[in-house]
Design a binder for this molecule. Structure first.
Ligand code: GRF
Length: 200
């Protein structure tokens, strides 16, 4: 059908500031998409509150609710199907997406990582750990990366990447704040490229 909006799911575990920036950018830039689901492994978090406030359906889905990983993966796929989701945007989702879901959504899942992948990615590289590692390495720049998700952690093809400087006297927290600000611009830019092919 013409003018149909692309249905997106946000997967979040925390504040959801990236989810919020994506939501706001869809409105501000008039992008042909809408969030049709916010899924979280936590029953309550900033992202879930934001979704509820904005009338976006929410789902608390945790592996702990199921006896087996297969049941969990099947429940996730069922929910995505029920909500007719086309793309999944990971926004601070601290769990691995089951391989069955990654396979079903090949090239249709994006993640944002708070560093310049392939550096400073992989198991253990999340949250403040990333920024500590960047500072310890003596790198002069950091940044953010939006990449497609494949079964290997933080290894999928890069869609968009942007640098920020590492400043003298930076702490992991000050660097994290600078990178997060960059993320809030980068993820909407990547979504726009995904939806419209437009190079922002
Ligand atoms: C961001 O730094 C993102 O890169 C990482 O987790 C953080 C999530 O922050 N994957 P928020 O929940 O979007 O505020």
């Amino acid at each position: 059908m013409a003018n149909q909006k692309t249905r997106l799911a946000a997967f979040c575990s925390g504040t959801g500031s990236n989810f919020q920036s994506l939501y706001n950018a869809i409105n501000a830039r008039d992008l042909p998409a809408e969030f049709a689901l916010c899924l979280s492994n936590r029953s309550e978090c900033g992202a879930i509150s934001f979704a509820k406030q904005h009338g976006i359906p929410t789902l608390h889905l945790s592996e702990k609710q199921y006896d087996t990983h297969e049941q969990f993966a099947a429940a996730m796929l069922k929910a995505l199907k029920e909500h007719d989701i086309e793309y999944i945007l990971l926004a601070g989702y601290l769990k691995m997406v089951p391989e069955k879901v990654v396979t079903a959504y090949t090239c249709k899942i994006l993640n944002i990582h708070p560093a310049l992948l392939p550096k400073f990615g992989g198991p253990g590289m999340y949250g403040i750990n990333v920024h500590k590692a960047v500072l310890e390495s003596g790198e002069k720049k950091s940044g953010a990366t939006v990449h497609y998700v494949d079964p290997e952690y933080d290894k999928g093809p890069v869609l968009l990447q942007r640098n920020v400087p590492v400043e003298p006297g930076d702490t992991p927290e000050s660097l994290a704040a600078r990178v997060l600000k960059c993320e809030h611009q980068l993820y909407p830019d990547a979504l726009e490229i995904l939806l419209t092919g437009k190079d922002t």
